[in-house]
Design a protein around this ligand. Sequence first.
Ligand SMILES: CCCCCCCC/C=C\CCCCCCCCCC(=O)SCCNC(=O)CCNC(=O)[C@H](O)C(C)(C)COP(=O)(O)OP(=O)(O)OC[C@H]1O[C@@H](n2cnc3c(N)ncnc32)[C@H](O)[C@@H]1OP(=O)(O)O
Ligand SMILES: Cc1cc2nc3c(=O)[nH]c(=O)nc-3n(C[C@H](O)[C@H](O)[C@H](O)COP(=O)(O)OP(=O)(O)OC[C@H]3O[C@@H](n4cnc5c(N)ncnc54)[C@H](O)[C@@H]3O)c2cc1C
Length: 664
Amino acid sequence: MEGVDYLADERKKTEFDVEEMKIVWAGSRHTFEVSDRMAKLVANDPVFRKDDRVMLARKDLFKNTLRKATYAWKRINELRLSEEEASKLRSFVDEPAFTDLHWGMFVPAIKGQGTDEQQKKWLPLAYKMQIIGCYAQTELGHGSNVQGLETTATFDPQTDEFVIHSPTLTSSKWWPGGLGKVSTHGVVYARLILDGQEHGIHGFIVQLRSLEDHRPLPGITVADIGMKFGSGAYNTMDNGLLRFDHVRIPRDQMLMRVSQVTRDGKIVQSDVPRQLVYGTMVYVRQTIVQDASIALSRAVCIATRYSAVRRQFGSSNGGPETQVIDYKTQQSRLFPLLASAYAFRFVGEWLKWLYTDVTQRLQANDFSTLPEAHACTAGLKSLTTSVTADGIEESRKLCGGHGYLASSGLPELFAVYVPACTYEGDNTVLMLQVARFLMKTVSQLGSGKPPVGTISYMGRIEQLMQCRCAVKKAGDWLNPNAVLEAFEARAARMSVSCAQKLSKFSNPEEGFAELSADLVEAAVAHCQLIVVSKFFEKLQQDIPGKGVKRQLEVLCGVYSLHLLHKHQGDFLATSYITPKQASLANDQLRELYSQVRPNAIALVDAFNYTDHYLGSILGCYDGNVYPKLYEAAWRDPLNDSVIPDGYEQYIRPLLKQQLRVAKL
Ligand SMILES: CCCCCCCC/C=C\CCCCCCCCCC(=O)SCCNC(=O)CCNC(=O)[C@H](O)C(C)(C)COP(=O)(O)OP(=O)(O)OC[C@H]1O[C@@H](n2cnc3c(N)ncnc32)[C@H](O)[C@@H]1OP(=O)(O)O
Ligand SMILES: Cc1cc2nc3c(=O)[nH]c(=O)nc-3n(C[C@H](O)[C@H](O)[C@H](O)COP(=O)(O)OP(=O)(O)OC[C@H]3O[C@@H](n4cnc5c(N)ncnc54)[C@H](O)[C@@H]3O)c2cc1C
């Protein structure tokens, strides 16, 4: 029935001010208003419809994305949207496109690694989309190992040019988004060669296609790499391959903020550390952490609303069956994901602050916080994308059979999201970077340089190695200090244990390789501690609105105690807690689930997602799921005719043949 809210009874149970929670989720009233306006603008514009997307073949899918992306650009200009509004609008269009890489990597690479003159030359063109750019780093043979890239950029002093070349098949650029069919330019990463000497990997702005007829420029071979995981999904994106055959570019197209090449072919290193060549990756990893909370909250919103609609078993005297959300098993799978979405939102907010802070420091030639920023962005990117990808799949299972329907929105969300565990750094490779940072920190303890920031807890290493958990009853686990100390002690002890084992190897690199699985576990423990501690820090802030802070405290408890329960092996093995204390944590967790239950629908309403953005019948705001599923089935092209295409050719002869067999 039109206009009936099938979740109204659920919404009546709410114990907090949802409108205020929407502001907390958005980050500020201003951000909420911009988001809300842009989401509605997209949802109300028929050009941005997306319910037909899963039916489209690759070429139509790609053209459809071009149409939407260029229409979005037209609207951005017509409405004179700010950068913030434009970026929100693009995200609500909700379709991976070349514009993600243009705005998300090409422009930041020039901003971060270009000199002032280079920025002045290239950024205005990019801002007006008079050139379209991609980020061409990964090659067929090398992705994780950036130092192993094979593309060469050899300086020719005769002509004052670099010669960009792909010497082998494995040096072909492979994967860059937007490269396959759209980009006119790329920031291409290559080995710098001066007078026969190698000088490491640097970024170069290379024009790839003609601005007149879009044909590849001489010496350039470029194409799409082919279909990817899932139908629809990430196939809207033209990930590309690229080969260079001695392509010449002017010297001033090497991005020269970190190192400069002079007219006579000499390299000059600025004060800036060479790792800044990786700066765009740090920036993007930070944005990926923010996106993780968005993707996870979408999945959780769908699974929570549907869990309140769906009923199975438990009917007595002909009354309604039990809402599946009331099953403790459903709650124990769903509510930690809900809590994780909020936790990732807050850690993402903090990481954005950290990134802004490190950027300002870099501008003032203070490079001291760069290692921590690298470790935090790498580790949190790895942790949040892994949990989110698994969480989307768990949400699908939480929706039973209907979760497998494309109209649930979950299969496509999963297919689009899951490469986040790989792109911008494979999650294991990134955790190993965190582990290196931890081992370095442990080795420097006692050197007189106290660890700071997220690693400052290591400064209390002696206390953390010896302390024992003081929890005596379940309610003691609600004490933030008890929880924080548990996570700090676990992280510190796992790191120290790895460091002790490492010290037994005569070759540290061999030791690191041998112990890498343990090191990854220590890095995960450290990253989980960061998320827990940033959630607690959020709760220290003034949070207005009836019951809002209380709900966040409950979610923070769910987040930390479900981790403690899930990883109790770590906490027990490091002897910080006893089995009894682990069991009390689980008792408290169950109690917290009961407190989430009446507020679950309101907690996902606070994400403020339009039905358009969610793109899910199971997650629709009014909960009117069954009629919508029934109608959607009839819209499938297979139901255009009662007798399917192919009946005469295949089904009928088959049936006849079976008749003949039966007669024999
Ligand atoms: C329904 C549909 C809709 C759903 C929508 C859902 C939402 C979707 C969301 C978003 C969609 C957006 C689309 C996103 C587009 C995808 C874009 C992807 C683009 C890419 O993938 S680009 C390629 C990225 N590549 C990588 O990340 C490579 C990973 N490898 C590396 O980073 C490095 O090689 C390495 C770090 C692993 C190793 O490097 P190496 O030089 O060998 O370094 P080491 O010897 O280990 O270390 C040396 C030294 O440097 C320090 N260091 C390393 N990296 C950095 C850094 N980045 N910054 C600062 N410092 C760094 C390291 O710690 C060492 O320091 P030390 O010497 O120990 O002090
Ligand atoms: C959808 C998508 C979009 C992308 N977009 C871009 C783009 O725009 N531009 C761009 O340049 N690139 C892009 N990439 C490439 C991406 O950045 C790389 O795929 C990624 O960095 C992983 O590198 P790899 O493929 O070499 O993985 P590999 O390193 O080959 O990983 C394979 C396996 O080896 C393991 N492994 C590797 N090294 C180690 C180690 N040292 N220790 C332990 N285990 C290890 C990994 O954990 C993994 O299990 C994209 C990729 C995808 C999937």
